[in-house]
Design a protein around this ligand. Structure first.
Ligand code: HEC
Ligand code: HEC
Length: 324
């Protein structure tokens, strides 16, 4: 089974590579090696011409910076994170096309036997780290037709993750038509799912009334998967919703405790603003035995992400779309 799969993937990747080259002939064909030359490095003076990624000196800096700021603002507005490293994307793409493209499609939009990874919640959640997709790639899901690729290194997986992140980001950016057509589920099944998993916090006639008129389907899907409002001062976009604000209870070794909005929590300190508006912070080094208890109203949303099946997701979205 494994062999057959590998053979199919390899043959197919060779075919795809050939096809790609045919469709996109390289713009600057590399000089033909002189007859008889081996494929190895060319003899001659070791003058290294700069690669495409290294040619930064000759770019119009000011214009580049301005449009970069615009792009960044757009990404922030769409709540898209920082773009992945383009070199990693390139390496990941090459690997993906040859190893995974047969089943998942060369653009990861779904192929012969594998699902669309651009819309995969797991991939969305991975955010280019490789942490979520790594185990799936290493172990496969043999019973479901996904073979194990135990020999891929962590670096290769991270490259693939970068490529997939690039794909999800460009899909969100362009509002791909394919992506927009995601309301394919069963609203009745979605309603049942909602009653079981969501109704303890939400009501279709209360806080979620007319929710479908507030967001396009893609945005609505993103909202219910992880409803975090990203706010970047100076850019358009709604301010953070107070209902998503994390709160914290800090208890000192003396037993004295403070609670309020969580302002900061890192390895060294915690800070909060209490109900009277007073800002307080503590350094862990100074406060032996300090206890920090964070409440995140969105924790349930984060916990649910890995639990949805594709069908659940489509059904819930189809149901939410009825709330016009
Ligand atoms: C022989 C076909 C095949 C190949 C080759 C293949 N996959 Fe898959 N892949 C599948 C199938 C089928 C599933 C769905 C399994 C399931 O239903 O749980 C899947 C699932 C996945 C998932 C989980 C998606 C999700 O939302 O749960 C990821 C991530 C993934 N594949 C990545 C890859 C990567 C990266 C490669 C290349 C290194 C690859 N696959 C190669 C068939 C394949
Ligand atoms: C433990 C409580 C809890 C559960 C369970 C829960 N949510 Fe939420 N949800 C929240 C909080 C808190 C927010 C953020 C505040 C807000 O925007 O309403 C939120 C926000 C949302 C939003 C964005 C609303 C807006 O106006 O932008 C949607 C949509 C949503 N949830 C859908 C769901 C769905 C669908 C489920 C079940 C699959 C679910 N929620 C389960 C607590 C919960």
């Amino acid at each position: 089974m494994k062999f057959r799969v590998c053979a199919a993937a390899l043959i197919c990747s060779a075919f795809l590579t050939a096809q790609q080259q045919e469709q996109n002939p390289p713009q600057n064909p590399p000089p033909q090696p002189p007859a008889g030359a081996a494929n190895g490095p060319q003899p001659g003076p070791a003058v290294k011409s700069p690669g495409p990624g290294e040619r930064t000196g000759d770019q119009p800096k000011a214009a580049g910076a301005a449009s970069a700021t615009m792009q960044e603002a757009m990404r922030n507005f769409l709540a898209i994170g920082a773009p992945p490293d383009p070199e990693a994307v390139k390496r990941g793409q090459a690997l993906f096309v040859s190893t995974c493209g047969f089943c998942h499609g060369t653009n990861a939009n779904g192929g012969a036997t594998g699902p669309d990874l651009v819309r995969s919640v797991l991939v969305l959640h991975d955010q280019g780290t490789g942490k979520e997709i790594g185990p799936v790639i290493h172990n496969g899901r043999p019973a479901k037709g996904m073979p194990a690729f135990s020999n891929l290194t962590d670096v290769q997986i991270k490259d693939i993750a970068a490529f997939l992140l690039g794909r999800t980001q460009s899909a969100a950016n362009r509002m791909d038509y394919k992506i927009l057509n995601i309301v394919t589920g069963d609203p009745k099944a979605g309603e049942a799912y909602f009653t079981a998993h969501c109704a303890s916090c939400h009501s279709p006639s209360g806080d979620l009334a007319h929710i479908a008129t507030k967001y396009e389907p893609v945005a609505l899907q993103a909202r219910f998967l992880y409803p975090k409002t990203q706010h970047f001062p100076g850019t358009p976009g709604p301010p953070p919703d107070p209902r998503e604000q994390k709160t914290v209870i800090v208890t000192l070794s003396s037993g004295q405790s403070y609670s309020g909005k969580l302002e900061r929590l890192d390895d060294f300190s915690v800070a909060l603003t209490d109900s009277s508006g007073e800002y307080r912070s503590w350094l862990f080094d100074d406060e032996q035995g300090i206890k920090v208890d964070v409440h995140d109203p969105l924790k349930k949303h984060a916990d649910m992400i890995p639990q949805y099946t594709d069908t659940d997701m489509h059904n819930v979205l189809a149901y939410l779309e009825t709330l016009k």
